[in-house]
Ligand binder design. Structure first.
Ligand code: GLU
Length: 395
């Protein structure tokens, strides 16, 4: 029957993050003692003040269809948040609330990309960017970076990748999977290049905004010359430990917001009513309300960096945000470990799963074939145990 499937779905790769998480779950079910560092998901509970807002919404009988672009109170609260945290001026008609930031990104791609358009992806990039571009029959062009450049691209690289067919570039800071953060100065230098190419739209994915360990991330749309062609994507999943609630949103030029609403109106309608009511409380909260999680992530990051740094062959950068480490493990390529030939990052990730019972994600999925991604959104105990097992397998 699979022959009956469309070319569209046949050409779509499976999400490697979700596939690895599913595999880890399956192995656990079979009784294996798996430590899953695969999925990017806070291991905290949603804060009580947000849960209370959801319970109140249920009791107040919020059960009907929601406006396709989101409750107006939520859109207003998002505008206030954008001004407060990002110095961005958006009006409610520029906001679209979606079922997760992933849907926001898919909407934008669907409404802006035509077959054959080129989308620039500074690598490493989140797995679904390339897949979403492919779904639009656009061509994604990787701009490689390396751990020595802190996984950031230069203005010269950006310039060299642009062609008359370039329609979009995706930025993501703090970055999943590298944790790197572009400074205002670095972003302004990239913007200088884009100023000469007015046909290019910028998607700025800021979902990890609040999870940073140094300077506050800078929003690309805050560059005056970029505001009119930047779509700012954000959501509640990461900062508020609300992955399953599925609320994402954009701030965009109003004509793009309108197009996303039209798209969403035919595919999903408005996002979940209870989650949206709770989201009003979440986005209205100042970032200090969730600082305890960020502090904990920072302490785990330091532990993991310290422990992994003691394993020969692991080359690390210091991630300034998000909750991943992204070591370059290419030193193991060409070796045979526990009778397994390690030809690439996928082999290495498989080795860790099968021999150490530790689930990670291959860097190949993120356009960085020398690396693997390990999430440290797990308990300190699990992290210590995971690194201990990895060390044993490699020694
Ligand atoms: N964004 C998270 C990750 O990268 C969740 C899984 C996904 O949607 O890819 O692990």
């Amino acid at each position: 029957m699979s022959k009956a499937l469309s070319n569209r779905i046949n050409s779509l790769p499976v999400s490697q993050t979700l596939a690895m998480a599913a595999k880890a779950r399956e192995l656990k079910k079979q009784g294996k003692d798996i430590i899953s560092l695969s999925l990017g998901e806070p291991d905290f509970n949603t804060p009580d003040f947000i849960k209370d807002a959801a319970i109140e919404a249920i009791n107040q009988n919020y059960n009907s269809y929601t406006p396709v672009d989101g409750y107006v109170e939520l859109k207003e609260a998002i505008c206030t948040k954008f001004k407060r945290d990002n110095n961005l001026d958006y009006k409610p008609n520029q906001i679209v609330v979606s079922t997760g930031a992933k849907q926001s990104i898919a909407n934008i791609a669907q409404v802006l990309l035509n077959p054959g358009d080129e989308v620039l992806l500074p690598a490493p990039y989140w797995v679904s960017y390339s897949a979403i571009a492919t779904l639009c029959e656009a061509k994604f062009i990787e701009i490689p970076s390396s751990i020595d450049a802190d996984f950031k691209i230069t203005p010269e690289q950006l310039e060299a990748a642009i062609t008359p067919k370039t329609k979009m570039v995706f930025f993501n800071s703090p970055n999943n999977p590298s944790g790197s953060i572009y400074s205002e100065k670095e972003y302004r230098a990239l913007a200088k290049i884009l100023e000469n190419h007015p046909q290019i739209f910028i998607l700025s994915d800021e979902i990890y905004e609040h999870i940073n360990y140094g300077d506050k991330p800078f929003s690309f749309a805050a560059i005056e010359s970029m505001y009119d062609r930047t779509i700012t994507v954000n959501g509640l999943a990461k900062a508020f430990a609300m992955t399953g609630w599925r609320i994402g949103y954009i701030g965009a030029p109003d004509w793009i917001a309108k197009a996303c609403t039209k798209m969403q109106g035919q595919i999903t309608s408005g996002a979940n009513c209870i989650a949206q009511r709770a989201a009003i409380t979440a986005v209205s909260a100042t970032p200090d309300k969730v600082q305890y999680m960020v502090d904990e992530f920072k302490s785990r990051r330091d532990i993991v960096l310290n422990l992994l740094g003691k394993i020969d062959g692991f080359k690390l950068n210091i991630p300034e945000g998000a909750f991943y480490v992204f070591p370059d493990i290419s030193a193991f390529f060409g070796k045979t470990i526990r009778n397994k030939d390690i030809k690439n990052a996928s082999d290495f990730s498989m080795l860790l799963l099968e021999e150490a019972n530790v689930a990670t994600v291959t860097g190949e999925a993120f356009g960085a074939p020398n690396c693997i991604r390990m999430s440290y959104a797990a308990s300190e105990l699990q992290l210590r145990e995971a690194v201990k097992r990895i060390k044993e397998v490699l020694s």
